[in-house]
Design a protein around this ligand. Structure first.
Ligand SMILES: [Fe+2]
Length: 591
C-alpha cells in the first residue's frame, strides 16, 4: 500500500474521545459503552464462549440502553437545515448494522462503487438539528460505511457542525474521491447522478474495530506478571549521558525503580519508573498491563553501567549492563535489520548477532516490527523473542505500515518505545527523530506520516550537523523493483544529494537490495558522489524473483538477514549476514 496523502489523526477517536454534549454533564462515549460491555463479557463468559459469540447472541445480551448507545454514538453532527443522509454500506458485509433499518433508513436501488466494493445506498431524511448514527457492526468489516449529505431544499445553504468525530474532513461525492484516509488511493469509480456533488464525509477503516466482538478475542503467549519483564534500552536523550530503561509488570505492581551503578563500584543510584497503564481491550488473558520508563541522565560518557529493576514486590530483576557513548572518537559499530513482523527466527538471530558482535553499540530496525500494530500480543512476541539482548543494547526503530494501521496511528508503538521528541511536529514525537552517536547522524523517519511535512526538518538536521557519516532510516525503500516511491525520490532525494547522506536504510518489500551510489536519480561512480539505498529483511522473505534494476549493485531474495556497520573515523565496513553468520554482501567506504 502506498503512503497516505490525507493524513488525519483519527487515532484520537478510539483512544481518547468522549462525546461532549451541550449540558454540563458528561455523557458517556461509544468507547465507554464498549469498555463496559467487554468487561461484562469477561465476567459472564468462558474463553470458549468468547471465541464463538455471534451477532444474534450479542443483541440478545445487550441492554436497551447499550443498544441505543451503539445505534447513536458512532457518528454525530448537526445540520442547520433539513437534509437527506445517504449511507453507503458494503454489500459484502454479511450482516447489516442492527440499527440501520430500525432507525428509519431505507435501502434504495442506488449503488456506489470503488475497485474493491459495491456499496448499497441507504437513505433517511432528517430535520435541522442533530444527526446521530450507529456502529458499523460487531464484525471487523474494514470497508466501513461512509455517508454523504444534501439539503432537502437544493437552494438551502447547508452548514454542518461535527460533534463526533470532532475533526471531520469533507470531500465532494464524485468519481475519483477517496473515502478512507488510511487508503486514499482507493477512490470512487461509480457514483449515481443523484448523489453527485453531495458533501462526502470521509472516514478510516480502523473504525471497524470500535465495536468488534465477533471473533475478536485474542490471547498473548507472554502475559504480564509481578516479575518485571520486557526490559528494554532506548535513548530519548544524548547517548553520551542518558539511557531510557523500560519494563513491564502486571497491574498489581504500582511502583518500580532502576538501581544502577558504574560497573565495578558499590555506589548505587536510583531512578523511579514513570508508570502508565496500557490496555488492549480484546486481549482476554492480559487486558491491562503497567509499563514503566526509568530515564537515567547525567551519566558519564564512555562508561559501563550495570542496573536492575526493583519493583518492591517480586524483588529484583537480573542485572544487565550498558555502555554510554564515549566523549572521544573511537571506532564503533551498529546492527540494523529490515522488517521483523514479530518473527521468532528474527529474535533468535538477534541473540546470535549479539554473541557474534558483542561490541555493537545499538541496534536499528527499519519498520514493520510487528504484523498488527494494534495487537499487544504481537508486541509481546517482539519483546520476548530476542531474549535479553535489548536489556543490554539500545534498540532504535521507526514505524512501518504494519505498525501504523487502519488510520489509527502507531499508538501502541509509541507506548512500547521511548524515543527523542525532536521531530518535525508534536504529533510526530518519537516517530520521526534524530540522534547522534560518535561521528554519525541518524535520521529516523516515520515514512507512514506525510512526506512533505517532514522535508524541512530533514534538511535542517542535515544542514546543521557536523557528523562525518549520515544515515536516513525509514520503512519505504525509494528505489526497488516493485514500485518506485517517486514521491520520496522527488521530495527527499535532492536533500539527500545536497548534504550527501551515505546510506538510506529501508525495508518493506522483504528482499535484499543495495543500490549503486545514486545522485539526482542516476547512478554515479563512487559512494563519495552519491547515496547508497539499502533494503533488507529480518523476517521471512518474499518478492524473491524480482529482476534487478540497472541501479542495483546487488539484489537477491532472502529470508532473515541482519547488517553490521562498523565505523572507524573516515572508513566504514558494511556486511550483510544470513542466519548462520554467512556473509551475503559487503562493502568498504573510505572518505
Ligand atoms: Fe513488511
Amino acid at each position: 500500500m502506498r503512503i497516505k496523502k490525507h493524513f488525519y489523526p483519527f487515532i484520537f477517536i478510539v483512544q481518547l474521545l468522549t462525546v461532549s454534549c451541550t449540558t454540563t454533564t458528561r455523557e458517556s462515549s461509544l468507547k465507554d459503552t464498549m469498555d463496559a460491555i467487554v468487561s461484562r463479557f469477561y465476567k459472564d463468559f468462558t474463553k470458549l464462549q468468547l471465541d464463538t459469540i455471534g451477532n444474534d447472541f450479542i443483541l440478545q445480551y445487550l441492554s436497551d440502553k447499550e443498544k441505543n448507545d451503539l445505534a447513536s454514538k458512532y457518528w454525530i453532527f448537526e445540520v442547520n437545515v433539513p437534509v437527506t443522509v445517504s449511507l453507503m454500506r458494503d454489500s459484502a458485509q454479511a450482516t447489516a448494522p442492527f440499527w440501520l433499518a430500525k432507525s428509519g433508513f431505507e435501502r434504495t436501488e442506488l449503488k456506489v462503487k470503488n475497485s474493491l466494493s459495491t456499496y448499497e445506498v441507504w437513505q433517511k431524511d432528517y430535520e435541522a438539528g442533530q444527526v446521530a448514527l450507529g456502529i458499523n457492526g460487531f464484525d471487523k468489516h474494514r470497508p466501513v460505511y461512509f455517508i454523504s449529505v444534501r439539503p432537502t431544499d437544493p437552494r438551502a445553504e447547508l452548514e454542518i457542525s461535527p460533534i463526533f468525530p470532532v475533526q471531520q474532513h469533507f470531500e465532494t461525492m464524485e468519481v475519483g474521491s477517496f473515502t478512507y484516509h488510511d487508503w486514499d488511493g482507493l477512490t470512487l469509480t461509480d457514483v449515481p447522478d443523484e448523489l453527485e456533488g453531495q458533501v462526502l464525509f470521509t472516514t478510516i477503516r480502523g473504525r471497524a474495530r470500535e465495536a468488534h466482538l465477533v471473533g475478536a478475542f485474542r490471547n498473548t503467549d507472554f502475559p504480564s506478571s509481578e516479575i518485571p519483564d520486557q526490559v528494554l534500552l532506548t535513548w530519548s536523550g544524548d547517548p553520551k549521558t542518558t539511557m531510557d530503561i523500560q519494563w513491564r509488570s502486571s497491574t498489581s505492581v504500582d511502583k518500580g525503580m532502576v538501581e544502577y551503578w558504574v560497573k565495578g563500584t558499590q555506589d548505587t543510584l536510583t531512578a523511579n519508573g514513570e508508570k502508565f497503564l496500557m490496555e488492549d481491550r480484546l486481549l482476554q488473558n492480559d487486558r491491562f498491563a503497567h509499563r514503566f520508563i526509568g530515564k537515567l541522565s547525567h551519566l558519564h560518557p564512555g562508561t559501563t553501567y550495570e542496573y536492575r529493576i526493583n519493583n518492591e514486590i517480586e524483588g529484583l530483576s537480573s542485572v544487565y549492563s550498558f555502555t554510554t557513548d564515549p566523549a572521544q572518537p573511537v571506532p564503533f559499530s551498529f546492527i540494523w535489520t529490515g522488517d521483523v513482523h514479530n518473527s521468532k527466527v528474527w529474535g533468535d538471530m538477534m541473540q546470535q548477532a549479539y554473541r557474534r558482535h558483542s561490541e555493537s553499540a545499538f541496534y536499528i530496525a527499519a519498520g514493520d516490527l510487528v504484523n498488527t500494530g494494534l495487537h499487544r500480543d504481537d508486541w509481546d512476541q517482539l519483546m520476548a523473542y530476542p531474549g535479553e539482548v535489548f536489556a543490554n543494547i539500545p534498540f532504535m526503530a521507526v514505524p512501518g505500515n504494519h505498525d501504523n494501521q487502519d488510520g489509527l496511528g502507531a499508538w501502541m508503538y509509541q507506548e512500547m518505545f521511548s524515543y527523542p521528541d525532536n521531530g518535525p511536529a508534536t504529533d510526530m514525537a518519537e516517530l520521526t527523530y534524530s540522534f547522534n552517536y560518535q561521528n554519525a547522524l541518524f535520521l529516523m523517519i516515520d515514512a507512514t506520516l506525510p512526506i512533505e511535512e517532514q522535508t524541512e526538518w530533514i534538511e535542517k538536521q542535515l544542514k546543521s550537523t557536523e557528523a562525518d557519516w549520515k544515515f536516513a532510516v525509514f520503512h519505504f525503500p525509494p528505489y526497488n523493483s516493485i514500485e518506485l516511491y517517486q514521491d520520496i525520490i522527488d521530495e527527499w532525494g535532492p536533500i539527500f544529494d545536497r548534504y550527501h547522506v551515505d546510506f538510506v536504510i529501508s525495508g518493506h518489500f522483504h528482499y535484499y537490495l543495495r543500490t549503486k551510489p545514486i545522485k539526482e536519480g542516476t547512478v554515479v561512480a563512487t559512494p563519495a558522489d552519491g547515496t547508497i539505498y539499502l533494503m533488507s529483511v529480518g523476517t521471512t522473505g518474499k518478492n524473491k524473483d524480482m529482476n534487478p534494476a540497472e541501479y542495483a549493485a546487488i539484489q537477491f531474495g532472502a529470508d532473515h538477514l541482519y547488517q553490521h556497520v562498523e565505523i572507524n573515523g573516515y572508513s566504514l565496513h558494511y556486511t550483510s549476514y544470513g542466519l548462520e553468520g554467512e556473509v551475503k554482501d559487503s562493502l568498504v567506504i573510505k572518505k
